[in-house]
Every structure is written in structure tokens, then in C-alpha cells.
Design a protein around this ligand. Structure first.
Ligand SMILES: C[S@@+](CC[C@H](N)C(=O)[O-])C[C@H]1O[C@@H](n2cnc3c(N)ncnc32)[C@H](O)[C@@H]1O
Length: 390
């Protein structure tokens, strides 16, 4: 029976051998076992640096990533130092085998060797075109949703969704850096649909940021809710659930982060109002259609020559609807930002409004009143909701 040091030596030897033979794919260290609880994971890949192979490590901390490149021998030595100390799990993926070293609480290691799950090594270029937060391989919800194949490759028609998911997670990640969530964050995703983004959010918060979130997806359509609940259960996402309900009827006890992406027309307002009234510290919405203001909007005389074109009147309605949403959020104590979510190459519904808690803007309501007067808008739906207790 090999002794404990031999298991680690065996693991690092297989790592060294896979690199030497050109069979290495990637390496992950996880399950923090050290003093620095913010140090969540290490991901390693092989790159070419100034004509020589090197190991590039992404050190993932609670709120930031640090990338460090080391000559191969030095990198392997680092892995040997991290394992059993800072990290209790090591997973080596090669083209020939998957090798895991796992330490018990008493720091007793065991080595598990399985058939390979990876079919090709990633490119060795130093500056990869895009380093995604959500990786295509190893996330069980992605193949279940048809975004990747069973072997972890992005499906032919999954590219667009995959990029959208990653962009979304990047945005959320940066908001959380500005306004950290509590470890047991309560998050509601209103109008969750099939749950692509809800699953990705859970994965990121739980597996990259080390939170223990409780995420609920609210969705009218029962079959989508059943799909989401079954998948969450199947892949062990215990803090993620879906509820078949109208956003309007949902009475949350606590919301730390409110999300509503592409929820139709006034569903976005219902969601924002729920978030504000629950005192959510982060609100993120990507509005969809904008009928409510459009129906009330009249055209100031000097704009008639422009707004006689239906498409431009529609754009104007969008501008006013979303602009007032941002102002109302500011009036109710949020610092709001309006920006492009993903490029219009992917979808026309590409605007995002994000608010993080801050001091109320005392000028915002006057600005809303002036804009409404200018465009003959009687009441923005969100205003009415914020007047009454939901
Ligand atoms: C366009 S999909 C967006 C799905 C997902 N958020 C995304 O961005 O991929 C909008 C979803 O919101 C749901 N929805 C619309 N109004 C709703 C309401 N009042 N309550 C609950 N769900 C609603 C619809 O059934 C639909 O599945």
C-alpha cells in the first residue's frame, strides 16, 4: 500500500508525464483546506511562452482572479505544495485518463483513476481569444439544455446561448464585486423561462464564488418549471428551485438579488417593484417589449416629423420606458446603470438595467414628471406599483 506522500508523488508524476507526452488537457484544484477561505480554486492549462511550454494558473479568489504563469517544472512543484494544504481535491484531465487525488478531513489522500472524459487539449496560445467564466466542459446543465454536447463541446447551435450566458455571468460577477452578497444569498429570477441563465448563475455563485445561495426561478409555464426542478435535483443543485407562479402573485420574504431577463412588458416592472420593496441590494433586468408607455405616448409637435415612422416611435417608447425605470430605481435608493447586455448580433433585446443599493436621488422624480409631461405619458406602470404596497 503506498504511503500518503506516494499518492501525491504519483499524482504529480502523472501530471508531469502527461505534459511530457503531449497528453495533458487541464488541471483543477478545489475544496479549500487552507487558512485563506477566499482562495476558491486553481485552474491550470498549458501555454507556450516565449517558445517554451509553461503552466498558466488561474487562481480564483472570492472576488477576483489572478493569473500566474510558471515554467512546467516549477508549476508542477506548486501543485505539489497546494495539494493537501490549500486544496483537498486535485483533478487532472489528460487524453488517456482522468486522475483525482482527494484528501479526507484528516488529510488522508486517495487516488482515483478513471477513463478519460476529454477528447482534445485546449489551444496553447497565451492570449486565448476569450477566457470564459462558465466553461463548456464539466457543467452538467449545459448538455441537458443542448448548449454543449455530452463530451463538453459547444453544440453547433449553442454558441449564441453560450456567449450570452458568459456575458451575463461576467456582468453579475462585476456587480457582486461592487456590492457583495451574503453567503446564503436569496436570489429570485423572475420570468426564468427554461432556466439557462438561472442554472449558470447558481453554478457560478456556488462553485466559483463558494456561496450557498438559495435561488428561485419564477415562471408561468409549468413544463419549464418541471424541467428546471428535475434537472436541478438530478445534478445536485440543491439550492436551486423553480416555482410555477405569476410574478404578481409572488410574495417574497427576502430578496438579496432580483433578476428579470426578457420578462415581457410590464412583467419587468412587476419584478423591479418586488425587488425595490423587498430591499434587494442588487436588481438586474433586461426589458423585453414596451407596450404600456407606447400606448399612452403622444408626440411633441417638433418630434412629429420623426415619430411618424412607426419604428422610431417604438424606439422612442423603449427609451422613455427604460429611462423612467432607471430614474425610478434611482429615486428609490439605487445607483442605476443602463448598458448593452450583448451585441445586437445575438438579439434585439439587448438592454440591461442594473441597480445596486445607494442613496436615493432626490432629483429623479422631478425628471420623471418632466419627461412624462413632454411625451404625454400619464403614468408609467412602475410608478403605480411603487405607490401601492405589493
Ligand atoms: C423571453 S422568456 C426569458 C427567459 C429567461 N429569463 C431568459 O432570458 O432566457 C420570458 C419568460 O417570462 C415568463 N413570464 C412572462 N410574464 C410572466 C409573469 N407575469 N410571471 C411569471 N413568468 C412570466 C414567460 O413565460 C417566459 O418564459
Amino acid at each position: 500500500m503506498p504511503n500518503e506522500k506516494d499518492f501525491l508523488a504519483e499524482f504529480t508524476a502523472r501530471l508531469q508525464q502527461s505534459i511530457a507526452q503531449g497528453r495533458f488537457v487541464k488541471l483543477t484544484l478545489s475544496k479549500n483546506g487552507g487558512a485563506d477561505q477566499d482562495f476558491k480554486n486553481v485552474y491550470a492549462r498549458l501555454i507556450e511562452l516565449k517558445g517554451a511550454e509553461a503552466l498558466s494558473f488561474t487562481l480564483r479568489y472570492a472576488t477576483r482572479d489572478v493569473v500566474k504563469n510558471h515554467p512546467v517544472a516549477e508549476g508542477i512543484a506548486m501543485v505539489g505544495l497546494w495539494l493537501g494544504q490549500d486544496f483537498l481535491n486535485g483533478d487532472l484531465f489528460t487524453l488517456d485518463e482522468d486522475v483525482s487525488i482527494q484528501y479526507s478531513k484528516k488529510r488522508k489522500p486517495r487516488l482515483i483513476v478513471r477513463p478519460p472524459s476529454q477528447q482534445a487539449p485546449p489551444p496553447k496560445t497565451h492570449d486565448r481569444p476569450k477566457q470564459y467564466l462558465i466553461e463548456a466542459a464539466g457543467n452538467p446543465y449545459l448538455p441537458a439544455m443542448g448548449i454543449t454536447t455530452a463530451s463538453g463541446k459547444i453544440a453547433a447551435d449553442g454558441q449564441r446561448k453560450f456567449r450570452q450566458i458568459n456575458k451575463y455571468i461576467e456582468i453579475i460577477d462585476s456587480l457582486i464585486q461592487q456590492q457583495p452578497l451574503p453567503p446564503d444569498a436569496h436570489i429570485v429570477d423572475m420570468g426564468a423561462g427554461k432556466g439557462y441563465l438561472t442554472f449558470a448563475l447558481y453554478d457560478h455563485l456556488r462553485h466559483h464564488l463558494g456561496l450557498q445561495p438559495a435561488i428561485v426561478g419564477i415562471e408561468l409555464r409549468q413544463p419549464l418549471v418541471d424541467f428546471g426542478n428535475q434537472l436541478a435535483q438530478q445534478i445536485g443543485y440543491t439550492g436551486l428551485s423553480f416555482l410555477a407562479q405569476d410574478i404578481e402573485q409572488y410574495r417574497p420574504e427576502r430578496i438579496d438579488m432580483l433578476i428579470a431577463l426578457h420578462a415581457c412588458d410590464i412583467a419587468t416592472d412587476l419584478a423591479i417593484a418586488k425587488g425595490i420593496q423587498a430591499g434587494a441590494s442588487i436588481i438586474v433586468v433586461a426589458p423585453c417589449c414596451h407596450k404600456q408607455v407606447r400606448q399612452q405616448m403622444s408626440c411633441p409637435t417638433e418630434m412629429q416629423a420623426i415619430l411618424r415612422h412607426g419604428i422610431l416611435a417604438e424606439r422612442q417608447a423603449e427609451l422613455i420606458t427604460d429611462g423612467i425605470r432607471a430614474l425610478l430605481m434611482e429615486a428609490h435608493g439605487y445607483r442605476a446603470k443602463v448598458f448593452e447586455f450583448i451585441s445586437t448580433e445575438h438579439t434585439a433585446k439587448n438592454l440591461m438595467i442594473a441597480g445596486i443599493k445607494g442613496p436615493p436621488d432626490t432629483q429623479a422624480l422631478a425628471a420623471v414628471a418632466a419627461i412624462k409631461a413632454e411625451f404625454g405619458v400619464e403614468e408609467h406602470f412602475l410608478e403605480g406599483l411603487l405607490k401601492c404596497k405589493m
